[in-house]
Design a protein around this ligand. Sequence first.
Ligand code: SAH
Ligand code: SF4
Ligand code: F3S
Length: 445
Amino acid sequence: MKKLFIKTYGCQMNVYDSDRMSDALAASGYEATTEINDADLVVLNTCHIREKAAEKVYSELGRLRILRKSQEAKGKKMMIGIAGCVAQAEGEEIMRRAPVVDLVFGPQSYHKLPELVGRAANEKVVETDFPAEDKFEHLPKAKRETTIARGLTSFLTVQEGCDKFCSFCVVPYTRGAEVSRPIAQVVAEAQNLVDGGVKEITLLGQNVNAYHGLDEKGNSKGLADLIYRLADIKGLDRLRYTTSHPRDMDDALIEAHRDLDMLMPYLHLPVQAGSDKILKSMNRQHTAKEYMDLIDRIRTARPDLALSGDFIVGFPGETEEDFEATMQLVKDVHYAAAYSFKYSTRPGTPGAEMDEQVPEDVKYERLQRLQELLNAQQKEFNQSCVGQTFPVLFEKKGRDEGQIVGRSPYLQPVQVDADLSLIGTIQQVSMHDTGKFSLFGKIVT
Ligand code: SAH
Ligand code: SF4
Ligand code: F3S
Protein backbone atom coordinates (compact mmCIF):
# COMPACT_ATOMS: atom_id res chain seq x y z
CA MET A 1 0.00 0.00 0.00
CA LYS A 2 1.16 3.55 -0.76
CA LYS A 3 0.62 6.20 1.91
CA LEU A 4 -1.52 9.31 1.56
CA PHE A 5 -1.27 12.32 3.85
CA ILE A 6 -3.95 15.02 3.53
CA LYS A 7 -3.82 18.33 5.35
CA THR A 8 -7.17 20.11 5.38
CA TYR A 9 -7.72 23.87 5.64
CA GLY A 10 -10.90 25.95 5.53
CA CYS A 11 -14.52 24.96 5.93
CA GLN A 12 -16.39 21.72 6.68
CA MET A 13 -16.84 21.08 2.99
CA ASN A 14 -13.10 20.65 2.69
CA VAL A 15 -13.21 18.16 5.58
CA TYR A 16 -15.86 16.20 3.72
CA ASP A 17 -13.92 16.45 0.46
CA SER A 18 -10.71 15.19 2.08
CA ASP A 19 -12.52 12.01 3.10
CA ARG A 20 -13.86 11.64 -0.45
CA MET A 21 -10.29 12.01 -1.80
CA SER A 22 -9.09 9.25 0.54
CA ASP A 23 -11.96 7.05 -0.60
CA ALA A 24 -11.18 7.77 -4.27
CA LEU A 25 -7.48 7.00 -3.84
CA ALA A 26 -8.08 3.86 -1.78
CA ALA A 27 -9.07 2.26 -5.09
CA SER A 28 -5.58 2.94 -6.48
CA GLY A 29 -3.82 1.46 -3.50
CA TYR A 30 -3.39 4.47 -1.24
CA GLU A 31 -4.02 4.26 2.47
CA ALA A 32 -4.30 7.28 4.74
CA THR A 33 -1.54 8.08 7.20
CA THR A 34 -1.25 10.72 9.91
CA GLU A 35 2.55 10.66 9.62
CA ILE A 36 3.71 13.02 6.88
CA ASN A 37 7.21 11.49 6.78
CA ASP A 38 5.74 8.19 5.57
CA ALA A 39 3.74 9.78 2.77
CA ASP A 40 4.15 8.90 -0.90
CA LEU A 41 1.54 11.53 -1.72
CA VAL A 42 0.90 14.72 0.25
CA VAL A 43 -2.26 16.66 -0.56
CA LEU A 44 -2.98 20.13 0.81
CA ASN A 45 -6.72 20.74 0.65
CA THR A 46 -6.68 24.52 0.65
CA CYS A 47 -8.87 27.53 1.44
CA HIS A 48 -8.92 30.86 -0.40
CA ILE A 49 -11.46 32.75 1.71
CA ARG A 50 -9.07 35.28 3.26
CA GLU A 51 -5.56 36.30 2.24
CA LYS A 52 -4.07 34.70 5.35
CA ALA A 53 -5.72 31.36 4.60
CA ALA A 54 -4.35 31.36 1.07
CA GLU A 55 -0.85 32.37 2.14
CA LYS A 56 -0.66 29.48 4.63
CA VAL A 57 -0.41 27.14 1.66
CA TYR A 58 2.82 28.73 0.48
CA SER A 59 4.48 28.60 3.89
CA GLU A 60 3.50 24.92 4.12
CA LEU A 61 4.95 24.36 0.64
CA GLY A 62 8.20 25.92 1.85
CA ARG A 63 8.36 23.26 4.57
CA LEU A 64 7.41 20.51 2.14
CA ARG A 65 10.22 21.49 -0.22
CA ILE A 66 12.73 20.82 2.55
CA LEU A 67 11.03 17.58 3.58
CA ARG A 68 11.00 16.33 0.00
CA LYS A 69 14.71 17.06 -0.38
CA SER A 70 15.57 15.04 2.70
CA GLN A 71 13.28 12.22 1.53
CA GLU A 72 14.98 12.20 -1.88
CA ALA A 73 18.35 11.94 -0.15
CA LYS A 74 17.03 8.71 1.39
CA GLY A 75 15.85 7.52 -2.03
CA LYS A 76 12.17 8.02 -1.25
CA LYS A 77 9.82 9.76 -3.67
CA MET A 78 7.10 12.12 -2.47
CA MET A 79 4.40 13.57 -4.74
CA ILE A 80 2.82 16.90 -3.77
CA GLY A 81 -0.73 17.88 -4.78
CA ILE A 82 -2.73 21.04 -4.15
CA ALA A 83 -6.50 20.66 -3.94
CA GLY A 84 -9.34 22.91 -2.84
CA CYS A 85 -10.11 26.55 -3.38
CA VAL A 86 -6.58 27.92 -3.81
CA ALA A 87 -6.04 25.28 -6.50
CA GLN A 88 -9.22 26.40 -8.24
CA ALA A 89 -8.46 30.12 -7.91
CA GLU A 90 -4.77 30.12 -8.78
CA GLY A 91 -4.26 27.05 -10.98
CA GLU A 92 -0.89 27.09 -12.77
CA GLU A 93 0.20 30.16 -10.82
CA ILE A 94 0.81 27.80 -7.88
CA MET A 95 3.44 25.86 -9.84
CA ARG A 96 5.11 29.07 -10.93
CA ARG A 97 5.40 30.19 -7.31
CA ALA A 98 6.15 26.74 -5.93
CA PRO A 99 7.80 24.42 -8.50
CA VAL A 100 7.82 21.65 -5.89
CA VAL A 101 4.13 21.02 -6.68
CA ASP A 102 3.38 18.10 -9.03
CA LEU A 103 -0.39 18.32 -9.24
CA VAL A 104 -3.00 21.09 -8.90
CA PHE A 105 -6.66 20.06 -8.95
CA GLY A 106 -9.88 21.89 -8.14
CA PRO A 107 -12.87 20.72 -6.07
CA GLN A 108 -14.79 19.52 -9.13
CA SER A 109 -12.15 16.96 -10.14
CA TYR A 110 -11.85 14.73 -7.07
CA HIS A 111 -13.56 11.80 -8.77
CA LYS A 112 -10.73 11.85 -11.35
CA LEU A 113 -8.02 11.70 -8.72
CA PRO A 114 -6.67 8.19 -9.48
CA GLU A 115 -6.16 9.16 -13.12
CA LEU A 116 -4.67 12.57 -12.24
CA VAL A 117 -2.19 11.06 -9.78
CA GLY A 118 -1.18 8.50 -12.40
CA ARG A 119 -0.44 11.26 -14.93
CA ALA A 120 1.38 13.38 -12.34
CA ALA A 121 4.01 10.63 -11.97
CA ASN A 122 5.32 11.67 -15.42
CA GLU A 123 4.35 15.33 -15.91
CA LYS A 124 3.02 18.41 -14.12
CA VAL A 125 -0.78 18.27 -14.03
CA VAL A 126 -3.27 21.14 -13.59
CA GLU A 127 -6.99 20.29 -13.57
CA THR A 128 -9.36 23.16 -12.78
CA ASP A 129 -12.23 22.65 -15.23
CA PHE A 130 -15.83 22.45 -14.10
CA PRO A 131 -16.79 19.15 -15.73
CA ALA A 132 -20.31 18.43 -16.97
CA GLU A 133 -20.65 15.03 -15.31
CA ASP A 134 -21.93 14.51 -11.76
CA LYS A 135 -18.77 14.02 -9.71
CA PHE A 136 -20.75 12.48 -6.85
CA GLU A 137 -21.95 9.68 -9.16
CA HIS A 138 -18.32 8.82 -9.84
CA LEU A 139 -16.95 9.06 -6.31
CA PRO A 140 -16.76 5.72 -4.54
CA LYS A 141 -18.94 5.03 -1.50
CA ALA A 142 -17.12 5.13 1.83
CA LYS A 143 -16.56 1.61 3.11
CA ARG A 144 -18.25 0.47 6.30
CA GLU A 145 -14.91 0.16 8.13
CA THR A 146 -13.91 3.71 7.20
CA THR A 147 -17.22 5.18 8.32
CA ILE A 148 -16.87 3.41 11.67
CA ALA A 149 -13.28 4.60 12.01
CA ARG A 150 -14.37 8.14 11.17
CA GLY A 151 -16.79 8.17 14.06
CA LEU A 152 -20.40 8.68 15.04
CA THR A 153 -20.95 12.01 13.33
CA SER A 154 -20.44 12.82 9.70
CA PHE A 155 -20.69 15.60 7.16
CA LEU A 156 -22.62 15.04 3.95
CA THR A 157 -22.46 17.55 1.10
CA VAL A 158 -25.89 18.06 -0.48
CA GLN A 159 -25.28 21.31 -2.33
CA GLU A 160 -22.16 22.94 -3.65
CA GLY A 161 -21.34 26.34 -5.12
CA CYS A 162 -22.91 29.74 -4.72
CA ASP A 163 -24.92 32.13 -6.89
CA LYS A 164 -25.13 34.92 -4.33
CA PHE A 165 -21.95 36.86 -5.18
CA CYS A 166 -21.51 38.74 -1.93
CA SER A 167 -19.07 41.45 -2.94
CA PHE A 168 -16.34 40.32 -0.50
CA CYS A 169 -16.39 36.61 -1.29
CA VAL A 170 -14.36 34.25 -3.50
CA VAL A 171 -16.61 31.20 -3.12
CA PRO A 172 -18.76 31.75 -6.25
CA TYR A 173 -15.50 31.73 -8.23
CA THR A 174 -13.78 28.81 -6.47
CA ARG A 175 -16.79 26.52 -6.11
CA GLY A 176 -18.78 27.61 -9.13
CA ALA A 177 -22.55 27.86 -9.60
CA GLU A 178 -25.02 26.25 -7.20
CA VAL A 179 -25.55 22.54 -7.80
CA SER A 180 -27.79 20.32 -5.66
CA ARG A 181 -27.51 16.55 -5.47
CA PRO A 182 -30.64 14.51 -6.24
CA ILE A 183 -32.61 13.41 -3.17
CA ALA A 184 -32.18 9.67 -3.83
CA GLN A 185 -28.39 10.07 -4.06
CA VAL A 186 -28.24 11.91 -0.73
CA VAL A 187 -30.56 9.41 0.98
CA ALA A 188 -28.41 6.51 -0.28
CA GLU A 189 -25.23 8.13 1.03
CA ALA A 190 -26.87 8.87 4.39
CA GLN A 191 -28.08 5.26 4.63
CA ASN A 192 -24.54 4.08 3.90
CA LEU A 193 -23.19 6.30 6.69
CA VAL A 194 -25.83 5.07 9.15
CA ASP A 195 -25.09 1.44 8.20
CA GLY A 196 -21.48 2.24 9.12
CA GLY A 197 -22.49 3.43 12.59
CA VAL A 198 -23.06 7.17 12.06
CA LYS A 199 -25.73 8.65 14.37
CA GLU A 200 -25.58 12.31 13.47
CA ILE A 201 -25.28 13.87 10.02
CA THR A 202 -24.55 17.50 9.19
CA LEU A 203 -25.76 18.40 5.72
CA LEU A 204 -23.33 20.74 3.99
CA GLY A 205 -23.63 23.37 1.33
CA GLN A 206 -22.10 26.79 0.70
CA ASN A 207 -25.75 27.82 0.65
CA VAL A 208 -27.29 24.70 2.05
CA ASN A 209 -30.79 26.11 2.40
CA ALA A 210 -30.82 27.05 -1.28
CA TYR A 211 -30.87 23.28 -1.87
CA HIS A 212 -33.24 22.32 -4.67
CA GLY A 213 -32.61 18.70 -5.61
CA LEU A 214 -34.69 16.45 -7.85
CA ASP A 215 -36.80 13.72 -6.28
CA GLU A 216 -37.46 10.30 -7.83
CA LYS A 217 -40.29 11.73 -9.95
CA GLY A 218 -38.11 14.55 -11.28
CA ASN A 219 -39.72 17.27 -9.13
CA SER A 220 -37.53 19.90 -7.53
CA LYS A 221 -37.55 19.76 -3.71
CA GLY A 222 -36.24 22.09 -1.04
CA LEU A 223 -34.05 21.42 1.98
CA ALA A 224 -37.05 20.84 4.27
CA ASP A 225 -38.28 18.02 2.00
CA LEU A 226 -34.83 16.46 2.00
CA ILE A 227 -34.67 16.69 5.79
CA TYR A 228 -38.02 14.89 6.18
CA ARG A 229 -36.78 12.12 3.90
CA LEU A 230 -33.57 11.70 5.92
CA ALA A 231 -35.49 11.81 9.19
CA ASP A 232 -37.12 8.49 8.16
CA ILE A 233 -33.78 6.63 8.15
CA LYS A 234 -33.81 4.18 11.05
CA GLY A 235 -30.80 4.54 13.33
CA LEU A 236 -30.14 8.16 12.38
CA ASP A 237 -30.66 10.20 15.54
CA ARG A 238 -29.70 13.74 14.68
CA LEU A 239 -29.58 16.10 11.72
CA ARG A 240 -27.93 19.49 11.31
CA TYR A 241 -27.22 21.66 8.26
CA THR A 242 -24.81 24.47 7.46
CA THR A 243 -24.29 27.15 6.12
CA SER A 244 -27.58 28.92 5.58
CA HIS A 245 -28.24 32.24 3.92
CA PRO A 246 -30.96 34.42 5.50
CA ARG A 247 -32.59 34.91 2.09
CA ASP A 248 -33.20 31.19 1.70
CA MET A 249 -34.80 30.44 5.10
CA ASP A 250 -38.26 29.49 3.84
CA ASP A 251 -41.40 28.68 5.85
CA ALA A 252 -41.09 24.95 5.23
CA LEU A 253 -37.64 24.91 6.80
CA ILE A 254 -38.77 26.96 9.78
CA GLU A 255 -41.68 24.55 10.24
CA ALA A 256 -39.28 21.61 10.11
CA HIS A 257 -37.52 23.15 13.12
CA ARG A 258 -40.88 23.30 14.88
CA ASP A 259 -41.96 19.75 14.01
CA LEU A 260 -38.82 17.61 13.94
CA ASP A 261 -37.06 16.84 17.20
CA MET A 262 -34.15 15.14 15.48
CA LEU A 263 -33.35 18.40 13.67
CA MET A 264 -31.06 20.04 16.22
CA PRO A 265 -32.24 23.42 17.55
CA TYR A 266 -29.04 25.17 16.52
CA LEU A 267 -28.68 27.32 13.45
CA HIS A 268 -25.66 28.99 11.86
CA LEU A 269 -27.14 32.01 10.13
CA PRO A 270 -24.48 34.54 9.15
CA VAL A 271 -25.48 38.19 8.82
CA GLN A 272 -21.96 39.71 8.35
CA ALA A 273 -22.96 43.27 9.35
CA GLY A 274 -25.71 45.29 11.00
CA SER A 275 -25.74 48.43 8.87
CA ASP A 276 -28.12 48.49 5.92
CA LYS A 277 -25.67 50.58 3.91
CA ILE A 278 -22.94 47.97 4.37
CA LEU A 279 -25.32 45.03 3.85
CA LYS A 280 -26.29 46.62 0.55
CA SER A 281 -22.73 47.16 -0.67
CA MET A 282 -21.90 43.62 0.47
CA ASN A 283 -24.78 42.50 -1.80
CA ARG A 284 -26.32 40.43 0.99
CA GLN A 285 -29.79 41.13 -0.43
CA HIS A 286 -31.53 41.80 2.88
CA THR A 287 -31.71 44.51 5.56
CA ALA A 288 -30.91 44.26 9.25
CA LYS A 289 -34.62 44.45 10.06
CA GLU A 290 -35.44 41.60 7.66
CA TYR A 291 -32.81 39.51 9.46
CA MET A 292 -34.24 40.37 12.89
CA ASP A 293 -37.79 39.58 11.73
CA LEU A 294 -36.60 36.25 10.37
CA ILE A 295 -35.00 35.41 13.70
CA ASP A 296 -38.24 36.26 15.48
CA ARG A 297 -40.11 33.83 13.23
CA ILE A 298 -37.56 31.07 13.78
CA ARG A 299 -37.61 31.57 17.54
CA THR A 300 -41.39 31.59 17.63
CA ALA A 301 -41.41 28.24 15.82
CA ARG A 302 -38.65 26.75 17.98
CA PRO A 303 -38.14 28.72 21.23
CA ASP A 304 -35.14 26.67 22.40
CA LEU A 305 -33.21 27.25 19.15
CA ALA A 306 -29.79 28.90 19.56
CA LEU A 307 -28.02 30.89 16.88
CA SER A 308 -24.50 31.33 15.65
CA GLY A 309 -23.24 33.70 12.99
CA ASP A 310 -20.36 35.12 10.97
CA PHE A 311 -19.28 38.77 10.94
CA ILE A 312 -16.95 40.87 8.87
CA VAL A 313 -15.60 44.15 10.27
CA GLY A 314 -13.97 46.86 8.23
CA PHE A 315 -15.71 46.27 4.92
CA PRO A 316 -14.97 49.21 2.56
CA GLY A 317 -16.93 52.31 3.60
CA GLU A 318 -17.71 51.01 7.12
CA THR A 319 -17.87 54.03 9.44
CA GLU A 320 -17.86 53.96 13.22
CA GLU A 321 -21.65 54.39 13.05
CA ASP A 322 -22.00 51.40 10.69
CA PHE A 323 -19.90 49.32 13.03
CA GLU A 324 -22.07 50.37 15.97
CA ALA A 325 -25.06 49.02 14.04
CA THR A 326 -23.32 45.61 13.94
CA MET A 327 -22.72 45.80 17.70
CA GLN A 328 -26.38 46.68 18.25
CA LEU A 329 -27.59 43.80 16.10
CA VAL A 330 -25.42 41.38 18.10
CA LYS A 331 -26.84 42.76 21.33
CA ASP A 332 -30.37 42.27 20.01
CA VAL A 333 -29.85 38.71 18.75
CA HIS A 334 -27.81 37.13 21.60
CA TYR A 335 -25.62 34.59 19.81
CA ALA A 336 -24.59 31.29 21.36
CA ALA A 337 -21.39 31.32 19.31
CA ALA A 338 -19.94 33.24 16.37
CA TYR A 339 -17.01 33.69 14.02
CA SER A 340 -15.76 37.17 13.22
CA PHE A 341 -13.13 38.37 10.79
CA LYS A 342 -11.36 41.46 9.57
CA TYR A 343 -12.33 42.16 5.98
CA SER A 344 -9.69 40.70 3.69
CA THR A 345 -9.43 42.15 0.19
CA ARG A 346 -9.78 39.37 -2.36
CA PRO A 347 -8.53 40.07 -5.89
CA GLY A 348 -11.25 39.61 -8.48
CA THR A 349 -14.16 40.36 -6.13
CA PRO A 350 -16.13 43.65 -6.37
CA GLY A 351 -15.04 44.60 -2.83
CA ALA A 352 -11.42 44.84 -3.96
CA GLU A 353 -12.36 47.66 -6.37
CA MET A 354 -14.26 49.72 -3.80
CA ASP A 355 -13.05 53.07 -2.48
CA GLU A 356 -12.75 53.80 1.21
CA GLN A 357 -10.86 50.67 2.23
CA VAL A 358 -10.70 50.72 6.03
CA PRO A 359 -7.22 51.02 7.61
CA GLU A 360 -5.81 47.89 9.25
CA ASP A 361 -5.61 49.40 12.76
CA VAL A 362 -9.28 50.42 12.63
CA LYS A 363 -10.28 46.91 11.54
CA TYR A 364 -8.21 45.46 14.34
CA GLU A 365 -9.74 47.68 17.00
CA ARG A 366 -13.31 46.94 15.81
CA LEU A 367 -12.64 43.23 15.75
CA GLN A 368 -11.44 43.36 19.36
CA ARG A 369 -14.62 45.13 20.45
CA LEU A 370 -16.90 42.78 18.54
CA GLN A 371 -15.13 39.66 19.77
CA GLU A 372 -15.32 40.84 23.35
CA LEU A 373 -19.08 41.15 23.00
CA LEU A 374 -19.47 37.82 21.20
CA ASN A 375 -17.31 36.02 23.77
CA ALA A 376 -19.40 37.46 26.58
CA GLN A 377 -22.55 36.22 24.83
CA GLN A 378 -21.09 32.75 24.38
CA LYS A 379 -20.21 32.62 28.05
CA GLU A 380 -23.67 33.84 28.98
CA PHE A 381 -25.24 31.19 26.79
CA ASN A 382 -23.13 28.42 28.34
CA GLN A 383 -24.05 29.62 31.80
CA SER A 384 -27.73 29.65 30.88
CA CYS A 385 -27.40 25.92 30.17
CA VAL A 386 -26.47 25.12 33.77
CA GLY A 387 -29.50 23.66 35.52
CA GLN A 388 -31.01 22.44 32.23
CA THR A 389 -31.27 18.88 30.92
CA PHE A 390 -30.34 18.08 27.29
CA PRO A 391 -29.87 14.94 25.22
CA VAL A 392 -26.14 14.34 24.68
CA LEU A 393 -24.65 12.09 22.00
CA PHE A 394 -21.58 10.51 23.59
CA GLU A 395 -18.70 10.24 21.16
CA LYS A 396 -15.52 9.30 22.99
CA LYS A 397 -13.52 8.80 26.16
CA GLY A 398 -12.83 11.88 28.24
CA ARG A 399 -9.42 13.11 29.29
CA ASP A 400 -9.76 11.72 32.80
CA GLU A 401 -10.30 8.08 33.70
CA GLY A 402 -14.00 7.21 34.00
CA GLN A 403 -15.09 10.20 31.93
CA ILE A 404 -16.88 10.29 28.58
CA VAL A 405 -17.50 13.26 26.27
CA GLY A 406 -20.37 14.04 23.95
CA ARG A 407 -22.10 16.95 22.27
CA SER A 408 -25.16 18.87 23.34
CA PRO A 409 -27.74 19.93 20.74
CA TYR A 410 -25.80 23.23 20.68
CA LEU A 411 -22.50 21.51 19.82
CA GLN A 412 -20.99 22.20 23.23
CA PRO A 413 -18.73 19.40 24.45
CA VAL A 414 -20.32 17.81 27.52
CA GLN A 415 -18.26 15.80 30.02
CA VAL A 416 -19.76 13.30 32.43
CA ASP A 417 -18.52 10.53 34.70
CA ALA A 418 -20.00 7.42 33.13
CA ASP A 419 -19.23 4.00 31.73
CA LEU A 420 -17.48 3.72 28.35
CA SER A 421 -20.30 1.45 27.17
CA LEU A 422 -22.48 4.55 26.79
CA ILE A 423 -20.32 5.85 23.92
CA GLY A 424 -22.50 5.87 20.82
CA THR A 425 -25.71 6.43 22.76
CA ILE A 426 -27.78 9.51 23.50
CA GLN A 427 -28.51 10.17 27.18
CA GLN A 428 -30.40 12.87 29.02
CA VAL A 429 -27.83 14.91 30.92
CA SER A 430 -28.43 17.53 33.55
CA MET A 431 -25.80 20.29 33.40
CA HIS A 432 -24.23 21.40 36.66
CA ASP A 433 -21.23 23.47 35.62
CA THR A 434 -19.54 25.17 32.69
CA GLY A 435 -15.90 25.63 31.73
CA LYS A 436 -14.63 27.97 29.03
CA PHE A 437 -16.24 26.05 26.19
CA SER A 438 -17.59 22.83 27.64
CA LEU A 439 -20.34 21.81 30.04
CA PHE A 440 -20.18 19.34 32.90
CA GLY A 441 -23.20 17.20 33.62
CA LYS A 442 -24.73 14.11 35.13
CA ILE A 443 -26.77 11.46 33.38
CA VAL A 444 -30.37 11.43 34.61
CA THR A 445 -32.17 8.12 34.33
N1 SAH B 1 -21.76 30.70 2.59
C1 SAH B 1 -21.59 31.27 3.84
C2 SAH B 1 -20.17 31.61 4.25
C3 SAH B 1 -18.98 31.21 3.46
S1 SAH B 1 -17.42 31.86 3.93
C4 SAH B 1 -22.48 32.49 3.96
O1 SAH B 1 -23.12 32.89 3.04
O2 SAH B 1 -22.52 33.09 5.01
C5 SAH B 1 -17.41 31.87 5.68
C6 SAH B 1 -17.28 33.23 6.26
O3 SAH B 1 -16.04 33.81 5.94
C7 SAH B 1 -18.30 34.22 5.77
O4 SAH B 1 -19.53 34.08 6.39
C8 SAH B 1 -17.65 35.54 6.08
O5 SAH B 1 -17.96 35.96 7.38
C9 SAH B 1 -16.17 35.21 6.00
N2 SAH B 1 -15.57 35.81 4.82
C10 SAH B 1 -15.83 35.54 3.53
N3 SAH B 1 -15.09 36.32 2.72
C11 SAH B 1 -14.35 37.13 3.51
C12 SAH B 1 -13.40 38.17 3.27
N4 SAH B 1 -13.09 38.56 2.04
N5 SAH B 1 -12.83 38.77 4.34
C13 SAH B 1 -13.17 38.40 5.61
N6 SAH B 1 -14.05 37.43 5.89
C14 SAH B 1 -14.64 36.79 4.85
FE1 SF4 C 1 -19.79 33.78 -0.13
FE2 SF4 C 1 -22.02 35.15 0.06
FE3 SF4 C 1 -21.99 32.88 -1.28
FE4 SF4 C 1 -21.76 32.86 1.37
S1 SF4 C 1 -23.55 33.55 0.18
S2 SF4 C 1 -20.53 31.69 -0.07
S3 SF4 C 1 -20.60 34.70 1.76
S4 SF4 C 1 -20.93 34.73 -1.85
FE1 F3S D 1 -12.41 28.19 2.06
FE2 F3S D 1 -13.29 27.19 -0.18
FE3 F3S D 1 -14.48 26.56 2.10
S1 F3S D 1 -12.51 29.23 0.12
S2 F3S D 1 -14.19 28.40 3.29
S3 F3S D 1 -12.42 26.06 1.53
S4 F3S D 1 -15.46 26.88 0.14
